[in-house]
Design a protein around this ligand. Structure first.
Ligand code: ADP
Length: 396
């Protein structure tokens, strides 16, 4: 009988999954990847095989797939119909916040789960969904080991000045520090640089993970030196619905002058700001690029301005830069945003090759460019699969 391992990335409105299969006496290989999106509104299921051929695409009943748990049930029925009777050897999860405790992936125990629950206030938009998926799998597949892989772990080991939140000691003692996020994506990029971009792999690289959440990571020799996300996933770049870097006085204003409640402020900061808040139209870059409305243009201009400005800051943290890498939804798919960020970074020595940029690279800088630029599709699920396999002793 073949063995299987499953990777889950549970978000607020989507459940992404990968299924890895290990036929007798062969190595693991990707069998299927897909997602249930639109959870809570108009749920849709889609899955593809390793070669990208569709394995299914259907609208799901909004009444029965209304939250993460029911989405997991829908996924379980699909898996059962397709792989009925198969043995699941392990499940790996993306977990956004590992706090200061988890500097590496870990096998989930009741104690680990308790620690992860305590981190919910630091990542209210993501952590509850990650934990919900772990609990749901434990109920449905009791005895199957699960592994948590954290978006924060890759950033551990930064210099004290990069991790510091300069508040009084008693507050810092409660875990207030800069953690950084998107670490699974950065870890994947660091793992493929020696093969895809060997000339910069050992050097100073800024990776721009530009998706609905967005951040930059400064790497030296494949290790995180600094990043733009900090204590929570609110800092740094402008994002789909989050503002990025904000004068903390604005938050005081929301509480003291406007009299908003903590819940209202949380909703503004996590769900109503960024591209959506500035444009008043959409949080999706695809809906904004090329539009004429001044508010849409301002949102895109601000996104590009902040990205370029913070590339400059991370270049300073690195003492110079050898390469710039674009990844995630916007970074991989929008030639226009890449072009604009590279143009704004010309002073650093980035010179774009327009045709290579349209063709998505992987190298998108001109031959003589002092700083090379790249597009590298990320693969967070593969990183989770590797860690899950290694921690559970599944790999051979
Ligand atoms: P998540 O952070 O949810 O994993 P992704 O990395 O998949 O997100 O990125 C999703 C975002 O990518 C979308 O919200 C959209 O703004 C953006 N995106 C995808 N394709 C394009 C495109 N062709 N042009 C501009 N933006 C795009």
């Amino acid at each position: 009988m073949d063995d299987y391992a499953v990777v889950l990335n549970a978000g607020s409105s989507s459940l992404k999954f990968c299924v890895y299969r290990r036929p007798p006496s062969e190595a693991w290989r990707l069998e299927a990847r897909g997602q249930i999106e639109g959870i809570g509104t108009t749920p849709k299921f889609s899955a593809k095989d390793e070669a990208g051929a569709s394995l299914g695409r259907e609208s799901l009943d909004a009444g029965s797939v209304r939250d993460g748990r029911s989405a997991l049930d829908a996924l379980a029925s699909w898996l059962k119909a397709r792989y009925g009777g198969a043995r699941v050897l392990g499940v790996g999860h993306r977990v956004v916040h590992g706090g200061a405790t988890f500097a590496a992936p870990t096998v989930i125990t009741p104690e680990v789960l308790e620690t992860l629950r305590a981190l919910i206030p630091l990542a209210p938009l993501h952590q509850p969904h990650n934990i919900g998926a772990i609990e749901a799998v434990a109920e449905r597949l009791p005895g199957v080991p699960q592994v948590a892989c954290f978006d924060t772990s890759f950033h551990r080991g930064q210099a004290p000045v990069a991790e510091l939140v300069p508040l009084p000691q008693d507050i810092r003692d409660g875990g207030v520090q800069r953690y950084g996020f998107h670490g699974l994506s950065y870890e994947y990029i660091a793992s493929v640089l020696p093969e895809v971009a060997p000339e910069i792999a050992g050097g100073r690289v800024i990776v721009a993970h530009l998706g609905s959440g967005a951040s930059l990571c400064a790497m030296r020799d494949g290790k995180s030196v600094d990043s733009t996300l900090g204590f929570t996933a609110l800092d740094g770049l402008c994002m789909g619905t989050r503002p990025g870097a904000l004068d903390p006085g604005v938050v005081l204003h929301l509480f003291q002058t406007l009299g908003l409640s903590p819940k209202q402020v949380e909703t503004i900061l996590y769900k109503k700001s960024g591209l959506l808040g500035v444009s008043g139209i959409s949080n999706d870059m695809r809906d904004l690029v090329g539009r004429d409305e001044p508010a849409a243009r301002l949102a895109v201009d601000y996104f590009v301005y902040q990205a370029a400005k913070q590339i400059g800051a991370l270049a300073a943290a690195l003492g110079g830069v050898d390469g710039l890498v674009f990844t995630a939804g916007i970074g991989e798919n929008s030639a226009e945003i890449r072009e604009r960020i590279c143009r704004a970074s010309a002073w650093l020595g980035v010179e774009l090759d327009a045709r290579a940029n349209e063709a998505r690279g992987p190298r998108i800088s001109a031959a003589g460019s002092r700083v090379s630029a790249w597009v590298i599709p990320t693969n967070e699920e593969l990183v989770i699969a590797r860690h899950t396999g290694a921690l559970l002793g599944l790999t051979r």
